[in-house]
Design a protein around this ligand. Structure first.
Ligand SMILES: Cc1cc2nc3c(=O)[nH]c(=O)nc-3n(C[C@H](O)[C@H](O)[C@H](O)COP(=O)(O)OP(=O)(O)OC[C@H]3O[C@@H](n4cnc5c(N)ncnc54)[C@H](O)[C@@H]3O)c2cc1C
Length: 437
């Protein structure tokens, strides 16, 4: 290993630049190679909870993120005529499921890019095509034809990671475990009927969500669908064909859907998210030259709302381990695996029936779910049901669907959250003055 280790990170999403921020501060050289020609600003609201906020604080990016928080007043679940089925206001109550940080993904990506760009070498419009071990270093080939040596390669290139495939191969069952669904997201211009509440339209086989942006100039929309065969087909299509297919699948719906579909073709913010988890037995190669981070290694899936939190905690842990075990990358990666695994095991747990229960395919199923939503909303408004008991209502399934899983983190996984905090403190103390913050 060189005296100042040089680390190549593949992917300038959230996890990659977040890792670079901490490595730069702790005496590493960093290069990020990103397939796109610039930072990708697509994507709608993403959540950050407990340990993820803590990690952002250590990275010095928390305030930049807080400045760009998206505020809405809560969520209305509505029928075809925009009439309330249930209404769930945002609350600052400790047990409220609607709290903490929600921010547009592009704003989050930009915050980490700004915090890392002065010290990190960014290579846009390029990607890794080959990895070859050479003594204790790794030779990397890029599509541009360039060939360079690094001490470690970090695959932070998302759910469909190419780095993962190059370094770990393609096992028969694959590393990506489908949850049978996908979500088409994009923004549409603000209209007079838009409001400061998010509106969720629940229909058989197709759910649609509209969320206001911070400036009230546009709204983020989500076209949600569960269908295993369709998912495999649509994720591999070019974007224009994805849009055409979504128009076909969501046609014939009432409410705001015709207006939404009118804007899909012209949308420059369109992104199709696959609802899937990534499961790997090990996150680093035997020789310790390649490691995966964030969605590439352990995507918990969009239905948990924990992807960004997992990515930031992972970046913190990996930077902490590389700093603590400076000079011994294999030991650092073993520690990363040991310390991060329990957190991911919790983050990837789905409640029984998720995501199917929130996505009924029949009219009868939809009627039953609407009734459950109505009952929960009434009980909450009259105080019969406290927010904490959301955990026991079918509404949680909708919450899960929308990524509102903070209630889970305040509850069953709370212990794990504290353990992660302790671990973070442990890393800081163990490096004697060279704290990872
Ligand atoms: C454009 C986009 C929009 C998204 N929108 C949402 C959303 O609305 N809601 C939500 O919950 N989650 C969304 N996500 C996923 C979310 O960002 C992640 O689940 C989470 O933040 C963890 O981030 P990550 O950095 O691990 O992965 P990602 O955020 O997916 O970042 C991966 C990065 O790697 C780059 N990349 C991919 N392949 C290569 C390659 N071969 N070589 C080099 N670079 C490569 C990608 O362009 C991207 O910049 C989106 C992801 C992307 C890329």
């Amino acid at each position: 290993m060189t005296s100042t280790p040089h680390i190549l990170i593949s992917g300038a999403g959230i996890a990659g630049p977040a890792l670079a921020v901490l490595l730069n501060r702790n005496g590493f050289n960093t290069t990020i190679v990103e397939r796109s020609t610039s930072i990708r600003i697509e994507g709608q609201q993403i959540d950050l909870v407990g340990p993820g906020i803590q990690a952002a604080r250590f990275m010095g990016v928390e305030q930049a993120i807080r400045k760009r928080i998206v505020h809405d007043d809560g969520m209305r679940v509505v029928d075809e005529n925009d009439k309330d089925i249930g209404r769930f206001p945002v609350s600052n109550s400790v047990n409220s499921p609607v709290r903490e940080i929600e921010i547009l993904r592009g704003d989050m990506a930009d915050a980490f890019y700004q915090a890392s760009k002065d010290e990190t070498e960014y290579i846009f419009g390029d990607s890794i095509t080959g990895l070859t071990g050479k003594d204790d270093r790794v030779t990397v080939k890029l599509t541009s034809g360039a060939e360079r040596d690094f001490d470690l390669v970090v695959g932070a290139d998302g759910l469909g990671s190419r780095t993962r495939e190059l370094a770990f191969g393609k096992p028969k069952e694959g590393y990506v475990r489908s949850l049978k669904g996908y979500i088409g997201t994009f923004t549409i211009p603000w209209a007079p009927q838009d409001e400061t509440w998010s509106r969720f339209h629940l229909a058989a086989g197709r759910n649609v969500l509209i969320r206001p942006d911070k400036a009230r100039k546009q709204s983020g929309v989500y076209l949600c669908r569960i269908n295993d065969n369709e998912t495999d087909e649509i994720v591999g299509l070019p974007q224009a064909e994805q849009k055409a297919l979504l128009k076909k699948i969501f046609s014939g719906m009432g409410w705001e859907v015709p207006r939404i579909l009118d804007h899909i073709d012209a949308s420059e913010t369109f992104y199709l998210l696959r609802t899937a988890r990534v499961k790997m037995d090990s996150w680093s190669t035997d020789k310790g030259r390649v490691v995966v981070l964030g969605d590439a290694g352990y995507a918990p899936s969009g239905v948990t709302g924990l992807g960004t939190t997992a990515a930031l905690v992972g970046a913190y842990m990996l930077a902490g381990c590389l700093t603590t075990y400076r000079g011994d990358i294999k030991a650092a990666l073993a520690a990363y695996e040991r310390d991060m695994r329990p957190f991911i095991n919790k983050a990837q747990v789905l409640l029984p029936g998720v995501p199917d229960v929130a996505n009924p395919q029949t009219e009868a199923g939809t009627t039953a779910l609407r009734l459950a939503v109505k009952t929960s909303s009434f009980a909450l408004s009259t105080g019969v049901l406290t927010a904490a008991t959301w955990l026991f209502t079918p509404l949680l399934f909708i919450g899960n669907k929308l990524g509102i899983v903070k209630a889970v983190f305040g509850g069953s996984a709370g212990e794990e959250k504290l353990r992660v905090y302790e671990k973070m403190r442990g890393i800081e103390e163990s490096v004697d003055g060279k704290v990872v913050r």
